[in-house]
Design a protein around this ligand. Structure first.
Ligand SMILES: C[S@@+](CC[C@H](N)C(=O)[O-])C[C@H]1O[C@@H](n2cnc3c(N)ncnc32)[C@H](O)[C@@H]1O
Length: 345
């Protein structure tokens, strides 16, 4: 890890985040670990890297053909600020405003809002050099996935065809969900697109046997054995969004479901491979990678994303690049920026 001299603090105080801190032990969801973040939870070897900074210079510093799979989910250029309320709940039988497991009462504490701007003057000009770097750093048998919304997908497809070649376009995966309000004026848009490009369309990692199975719509029309085994998914993936009240939720706006990323990682990479997300947000790709024994490199330029990833991926003991973790006093830790361009070996 690069740790050069400490510059401007980023003002990330865990004590006003959503973990409780004591002097040397951090309460992390259901886990507790002692000492510095760099010590790791389960005695695991250091795994993965989290980089704070603009992704373009970081990508430019990566060697050619060094990454086995890239998944990115850039801001969708919605023209709005992406925001979400962050809350934590504490056990409080007397004044609780929520009911949890076994009828226990919990009080909701509002921790403020988290978010980032999602407005670009020229979205394609922002994406193009990053797509070019993605193509360069991708290994010969590697795949690139772009998660994007229905308003931008067509422009991105044209751009990616130019960079990867039309033959490298493999699928447009539709992630379909069913949540939120419905329009009375048009068909409600309840899907995102995930464009898949293989660097070499004649030789790419695709582990068919690793595909999960889903139920047949009409199991009565196939034999009992087939019905019990289920069928392989198509390019339309039905999967619920991250539940606003569920365990998976990190509180980071635009967090994507782990189930979608796990399916993708299982089929398009192998254990030990290096996976890259350079618009990493809450680090969903990192969690999928770690669960499936892959290495990960996550980049984001938003301090709140970095904070979320550190908490989420602490059990894998990631290397932290582009900032230092410093202990400010007995109650608080802060992240301190190291504004030097990070170098990754
Ligand atoms: C849609 S979110 C990613 C969400 C992520 N897939 C998840 O599951 O949590 C896009 C992320 O891109 C980050 N971002 C935007 N511009 C960036 C840049 N130039 N360099 C690095 N990260 C950037 C934002 O801070 C934001 O966290």
């Amino acid at each position: 890890m690069e740790t050069s001299s400490v510059a401007t603090p980023l003002l990330l105080h865990y004590s006003c985040g959503y973990v409780d801190i004591t002097v040397d032990s951090v309460l992390f969801n259901d886990f507790q670990y002692t000492g510095k973040l760099a010590i790791g939870l389960l005695g695991l070897a250091e795994m993965g890297k989290i980089v704070f900074g603009d992704n373009l210079p970081v990508l430019q510093g990566l060697p050619d053909a060094s990454v086995d799979l890239i998944y990115i989910d850039p801001p969708f250029n919605t023209g709005k600020r992406q925001e979400r309320d962050r809350i934590k709940t504490v056990h409080d039988e007397a004044n609780g405003d929520r009911t949890g497991f076994a009828g226990r009462r919990y009080q909701t504490i509002h921790l403020g809002k988290s978010g980032y701007e999602d407005v670009f003057d020229d979205y394609m000009a922002f994406l193009a050099p990053r797509f070019e770097e993605a193509h360069r750093v991708l290994a010969a048998t590697g795949s690139f996935f772009l998660h994007i919304d229905y308003r931008e997908v067509h422009y991105c497809k044209v751009l990616l065809d130019q960079i990867f070649g039309r033959d490298s376009f493999m699928n447009e995966i539709i992630w379909a969900y069913d949540y939120g309000a419905r329009s009375k004026k048009k068909w409600s848009a309840k899907h995102d697109s995930i464009l898949w490009y293989a660097k070499d369309p004649s030789d790419y990692t695709f582990c068919y046997e690793e595909m999960d199975r889903i139920p047949y719509m009409a199991p009565g029309l196939v034999g009992k054995e087939k019905a019990a085994r289920g069928k392989t998914p198509t390019d339309v993936w039905w999967h619920t969004i991250v539940s606003p009240n569920g365990k998976e939720k990190t509180g980071y706006a635009t967090q994507k479901p782990l189930g979608v990323l796990e399916r993708l990682v299982k089929v398009h990479s192998k254990p030990g491979d290096l996976l890259l997300d350079f618009f990493a947000g809450s680090g969903t790709l990192g969690e999928a990678a770690a669960k499936l024994n892959r290495d990960y490199l996550l980049i984001d330029n938003n301090p709140e994303a970095i904070q979320t990833m550190i908490h989420r991926l602490a059990p894998t003991n990631p290397e932290l690049i582009g900032f230092d973790v410093v202990c400010q006093d007995n109650r608080e830790r802060g992240l301190t920026a190291n504004r030097q361009p990070p170098s990754i070996g």
